[in-house]
Design a protein around this ligand. Structure first.
Ligand SMILES: Cc1ncc(COP(=O)(O)O)c(C=O)c1O
Length: 360
């Protein structure tokens, strides 16, 4: 195997080694077909089987009922920022947004281009270091939009917000999808860009209640209508075949880890040494409020920008890649999605202890 280093990138991010090995193995020939996975027609039997199995494993993993469609769409999570209001925000109605970071701000920006959008709550007053508990919803909103995990600021919802009765809750779960159990029935839509917990970038998994699909106008351009994608089984045009294949391998890998319960327990255990160290450190501080901390993106600072830069440079030289915080917040960020190995956290903590004793 090639030498792999610890990759703390926020996305595209570390994928399970066995998934990458299987994909590499099928690059020249998918099974015994004699045609590589990238080369199979999306209409052919071999790929149709891959797509069907991927959807079946996704449904099994999150216990998704037939009331929901599972769609594999292009354009990443950001295309969902506009597809959602295009399909679900009729004229005269208002969509409510819980604004917990840069991605929620991008989501509401798109909604405002297309109709009325209202900020139900925001944590911008403290640079998004917490998840708001109180929300002021508008009268009968078309939907409420939330971002379950805030990749840049290292915060995560610990449970769903209470929304007005009958209002669809829509969740951008790009950076924590399938990292812990989820009750899909509480949501109208759960969507996620693939490049953190699911596979290659450029596509989104969209789990959407079928009655919401029917509500959308049929006058939208075809590629932007959920209805068209559902009717075509995500194959209205040439779908992202490799991305669907990779997601399928990742779903199988999560099932092998004990499904969402198993991976959830693993993630909880995996992140604990890092937060424990940060809580007891005399040099480093976690930036998110304790009750809002993310298990996927751990953000921290020393309080001295020069020391942060020194830490990032020295950590990189030691084989810890991608620890620099997002350019909008600075400091450090360890992104440790499902496939990031627990040993990497333990090694990082040891490295931080040494750095602290030399620089504290
Ligand atoms: C929470 C969240 N939402 C949306 C996005 C945007 O995803 P994409 O680049 O697939 O459009 C990201 C990307 O990092 C993200 O972290």
């Amino acid at each position: 195997m090639h030498h792999r280093i610890y990759n703390f990138s926020a996305g595209p991010a570390t994928l399970p080694v066995e998934v990458l090995e299987e994909a590499a193995h099928n690059m020249l020939s998918l099974g015994e077909t004699g045609i590589g996975i990238l080369e199979h027609s999306h209409r052919g039997k071999a790929f149709v089987e891959v797509a069907e199995q991927t959807e079946a494993d996704c449904r099994k993993l999150a216990n998704i009922s037939d009331d929901y469609a599972v769609l594999f769409l292009q354009g990443g999570a950001s295309t969902q920022f506009c597809m959602i209001p295009m399909n679900l925000l009729p004229e005269g109605k208002t969509a409510d947004y819980i604004v917990t970071g840069s991605w929620s701000k991008k989501a509401i920006k798109e909604a405002k281009i297309l109709g009325n959008a209202h900020v139900a709550s925001s944590s911008e007053d403290r640079n998004f270091c917490y998840i708001p508990k109180e929300h002021s919803f508008s009268d009968s909103p078309a939907y409420v939009h939330m971002t379950s995990n805030n990749t840049i600021f290292g915060t995560q919802f610990s449970e769903e917000p209470d929304v007005p009765d009958g209002t669809p809750l829509i969740c951008d779960a790009s950076s924590d999808i399938f990292s812990r159990p989820i009750d899909i029935n509480k949501y109208g839509i759960v969507y996620a860009g693939a490049q953190k917990n699911l596979g290659p970038s450029g596509m989104a998994l969209v789990i959407i209640r079928k009655d919401l699909i029917e509500q959308g106008p049929d006058t939208l351009p075809s590629m932007l209508q959920y209805r068209i994608h559902e009717k075509a089984g995500s194959m209205y045009n040439t779908p992202p075949t490799f991305g669907i294949y990779m997601m399928g391998l990742v779903f199988k890998w999560i099932l092998k880890q004990g499904g969402l319960e198993g991976i959830g327990r693993h993630n909880e255990k995996k992140v604990a040494p890092l937060y424990n160290f940060l809580d007891n450190s005399s040099l480093f501080n976690a930036t998110a409020d304790v009750d809002s901390r993310s298990q996927m993106n751990v953000t921290f600072v020393t309080g001295d920008a020069d020391l942060d830069a020194k830490f990032i440079a020295e950590s990189k030289a030691e084989g810890f890649d991608g620890l620099k915080g997002h350019r909008s917040v600075g400091g450090m960020r360890a992104s440790i999605y499902n496939a990031f190995p627990a040993e990497g956290i333990n090694d990082l903590v040891r490295f931080m202890q040494n750095f602290e004793s030399q620089n504290g």
